[in-house]
Design a protein around this ligand. Structure first.
Ligand SMILES: [Zn+2]
Length: 600
C-alpha cells in the first residue's frame, strides 16, 4: 500500500526515458531520429508498391512514430515541469518541425495505400508483419482516399500556415493580451487579465461572478468583428478544403477522427434531448440552493456548496484515499497505482515555474506512463489524481498491443479517466465516516459535471453545427453569431437560465471554437462522459465479473471503431438511443440525493 509516501510529493523520475536532457544518450537519440526520418522520406517515394515493400514502409513508420513520440513526451514533461527552460523550448520547436515532416511522410504513405486496388490491399493486410495493425492501416488508406493530389495537399499545408492557422494565432495573440477593469464587491477596482475571468466566474461569491461577467464582456464586444472574421475564416477554409477533398459533410472529418459513426452521434444527442430534464433538474436545484429562480450563465461553473473548511489534505492522505478506493473496488488498478507511486511516475510537487493543469502521457517505446499535476491539497486535486491514474491504467492495459493498435480516439480516452474518478467518488460517498458537509460538496461537484457534459457541451455542439450550416452559404455576420449562440443556449438550457441569463458572446470567449487542428471539440467529451457512466453503472451491477470485460474494452480501443469495440467487448449498441438513455439515467440516484440537500 501507499503508507511510505512522504507528506509532500517527490519530483517525478524520467531517468528511464533519458539519463537527462542533453545527455549523450539524448543527443544520439536525436541524431538517429533525424537520420531515420530522412531515410524514410526518401524511401516513401519509392515506386515499388509490392506488398513486401509497403509492409516494410509501414512498420518503419510505426517505429519512427514511437521514437518521435518518446522524444516529444519527454520534452513535454520537461517543459511542463519548468516552463522557463529555454533549451527545452528550442528542442520542442525542433521536434515539432520533425513532426510536420512526419505528417508529410504519413500523407505520402496514405496516398500509396489509397492507390492500391482491393486485392492488392487485402494482400498487404495479410502480411505477417502487419498482424494486429489492420484497423490502423485501413484508416490510413481511408484518409488517403480523402486527400487531394499530393501537390495540392502540399500547397494546402503551406497555405494553412498563413491562413487557417494564422486565424488561430490571431485569436491567441488578441485574447492573450485582453484585460478589463473590474470593480469588486468591496469597491476596489483592478485590471483583470482575461485568463482570470473564468476562475472569477467560479467564485462562490455571486457578486464577484456577476461583476467579472459584465466587465469581462466589454473586450469581447469591442473585438467582435475581428473575432467573427477569424471564426468565419477558419470555418470557410475547412469547408473549401472539404469540398476539394470530396468530403460531403462538415461532420465527416470530426467523426472519422473520433472513430465513430453519425448514427452513434445522433443516437447520443437524441437520448440527451429526450432526457434533458434530468440535467436541468440539477440546474434547478443549484438555483434553489443559490436562492434564485434560475441561473445566469455566470453561475453555471460555480459551486453551490463550498468545500468543507477542513485543513488541506496532505499528499500522503490523498494517495492513501485514492489507493484504498482503487484496491477495494478494483485491485489490479490499486496495484498499478502503487507501482506508479513506487517508481515516481507522478509529478505533483508544488513548485514555482510549473505549468498549470494536469495530464497523463506515456512512451510507446518504453511502455511507461507518467502523470503530471500540481498538488495544492484540495479534494479537487485528489479527483484529478484519480482521473489521470485512470488514463495511465488505460495505457498500461495496452502495453502488450502493438503501437499501430494503441492509438485510441479522444472519445474513448476519457472513458477510462472517468472510470477512475468514479471509483474514487463512489468510494468516498460510501465511506461511513463521510461528513454531511463533504457529502453535500461531492454531490454538488458531481452535478456540476453532469450539467456541463449534458447541457453545456451539447450547447456548444448545437451552436457549431448551426454555424457551419450557415457558413456554407457565406460569411456569417456577428449579429447572427450572437443570435445562433442565444438560440443554442435557450434550446438546451430552456427555463433553467434566467430571462437575461444567456451569454451571446460565448462563441468568442470559448477558445475551443478557434482551435485550427480539430473542429467540433465538444461531442467527443460528451461521448466519453456518458460511456464512462454506462461502464461504471454496469460495474456496480455486475461487480467483479465486469472487470475483465472492462480490460478487454480498454485493450481494444485502438483496434476498431467505437461501435465495434463496444459491441465486441461489452455487447453494447452505441447506435441505439436506449444505450445512451440508460447511461444518462445512471445519474438519477446522485441527482435525487442532491435534490434533498437542505437550502440555506
Ligand atoms: Zn482526461
Amino acid at each position: 500500500m501507499t503508507s511510505a509516501q512522504p507528506l509532500t510529493p517527490d519530483r517525478w523520475s524520467l531517468e528511464s526515458w533519458f539519463t537527462e536532457f542533453g545527455a549523450p544518450d539524448y543527443q544520439s537519440f536525436k541524431i538517429q531520429l533525424s537520420a531515420d526520418l530522412r531515410a524514410q522520406l526518401l524511401a516513401a517515394g519509392n515506386a515499388d508498391s509490392s506488398h513486401e515493400v509497403l509492409a516494410k514502409v509501414l512498420v518503419d513508420f510505426e517505429q519512427l512514430t514511437d521514437h518521435l513520440g518518446h522524444l516529444s513526451a519527454f520534452l513535454g514533461c520537461l517543459s511542463a515541469d519548468d516552463a522557463t527552460n529555454e533549451a527545452v523550448k528550442t528542442d520542442e520547436a525542433w521536434a515539432s518541425t520533425l513532426d510536420a515532416e512526419k505528417d508529410k511522410l504519413r500523407a505520402t504513405i496514405q496516398a500509396r495505400l489509397a492507390a492500391l486496388d482491393e486485392a492488392a490491399f487485402s494482400q498487404l493486410l495479410a502480411s505477417p508483419t502487419l498482424k494486429g495493425a489492420e484497423y490502423a492501416v485501413s484508416r490510413m488508406r481511408e484518409e488517403g482516399r480523402r486527400q487531394m493530389a499530393p501537390a495540392l495537399e502540399s500547397l494546402a499545408a503551406d497555405l494553412n500556415v498563413n491562413g487557417l492557422h494564422a486565424w488561430g494565432r490571431l485569436y491567441d495573440t488578441l485574447t492573450g493580451k485582453m484585460e478589463f477593469p473590474m470593480t469588486f464587491p468591496d469597491g476596489h477596482t483592478e485590471t483583470v487579465p482575461m485568463a482570470r475571468r473564468r476562475a472569477l466566474m467560479s467564485e462562490p461569491d455571486r457578486k464577484i461572478r456577476e461583476a467579472a461577467f459584465h466587465a469581462g464582456q466589454t473586450p469581447w464586444n469591442d473585438h467582435a468583428d475581428t473575432l467573427g472574421a477569424a471564426l468565419n475564416g477558419i470555418a470557410g477554409t475547412r469547408l473549401s478544403l472539404y469540398g476539394h477533398r470530396g468530403i460531403d459533410h462538415f461532420l465527416d472529418t470530426p467523426l472519422f477522427d473520433s472513430g465513430m459513426s453519425r448514427a452513434s452521434l445522433d443516437a447520443m444527442l437524441a437520448a440527451i434531448r429526450a432526457n434533458i430534464d434530468l440535467p436541468r433538474r440539477a440546474i434547478r436545484t443549484a438555483a434553489k440552493l443559490q436562492g434564485t429562480p434560475a441561473l445566469h450563465f455566470f453561475d453555471l461553473e460555480a459551486p453551490q456548496v463550498s468545500a468543507p473548511d477542513a485543513k488541506p489534505l496532505t499528499w500522503d492522505e490523498a494517495c492513501n484515499t485514492v489507493g484504498t478506493s482503487f484496491h477495494r473496488a478494483y485491485p489490479r488498478l490499486g496495484e498499478y497505482f502503487d507501482t506508479m507511486l513506487k517508481n515516481r511516475w507522478i509529478e505533483a510537487q508544488p513548485r514555482a515555474g510549473k505549468r498549470p493543469g494536469a495530464f497523463c502521457t506515456g512512451s510507446l517505446l518504453r511502455r511507461e506512463e507518467r502523470v503530471y499535476m500540481t498538488w495544492h491539497g484540495t479534494v479537487h486535486d485528489m479527483v484529478t489524481l484519480a482521473h489521470e491514474a485512470g488514463h495511465a491504467w488505460h495505457s498500461c492495459v495496452l502495453r502488450p498491443t502493438r503501437s499501430f493498435a494503441s492509438n485510441y480516439p479522444m472519445t474513448l480516452a476519457e472513458t477510462a479517466s472517468n472510470f477512475g474518478e468514479m471509483i474514487l467518488l463512489d468510494g468516498l460517498l460510501n465511506q461511513s465516516s463521510l461528513s454531511p458537509e463533504m457529502k453535500a460538496y461531492l454531490l454538488d461537484q458531481e452535478m456540476l459535471r453532469a450539467h456541463a457534459y449534458l447541457i453545456n457541451i451539447p450547447m456548444r455542439y448545437e451552436f457549431e453545427h448551426s454555424f457551419y450550416s450557415a457558413r456554407a452559404a457565406g460569411e456569417v455576420p456577428v449579429s447572427r453569431l450572437r443570435e445562433l449562440m442565444n438560440e443554442a443556449q435557450r434550446s438546451l438550457y430552456g427555463d433553467t437560465l434566467l430571462p437575461d441569463g444567456t451569454d451571446p458572446m460565448f462563441w468568442a470567449s470559448k477558445m475551443h471554437f478557434f482551435i485550427t487542428g480539430v473542429s467540433f471539440y465538444n461531442f467527443p467529451y460528451v461521448f466519453g462522459y456518458l460511456l464512462g457512466q454506462a461502464l461504471f453503472a454496469r460495474f456496480k451491477l455486475e461487480g467483479d465479473a465486469f472487470l475483465p470485460k472492462y480490460e478487454a474494452f480498454l485493450a481494444a480501443t485502438g483496434n476498431a471503431s467505437c461501435e465495434d469495440v463496444a459491441m465486441k467487448t461489452l455487447g453494447a449498441d452505441l447506435t441505439s438511443p436506449d444505450f445512451w438513455a440508460t447511461a444518462l439515467r445512471s445519474i438519477v440516484p446522485t441527482l435525487e440525493a442532491y435534490e434533498k440537500l437542505p437550502t440555506r
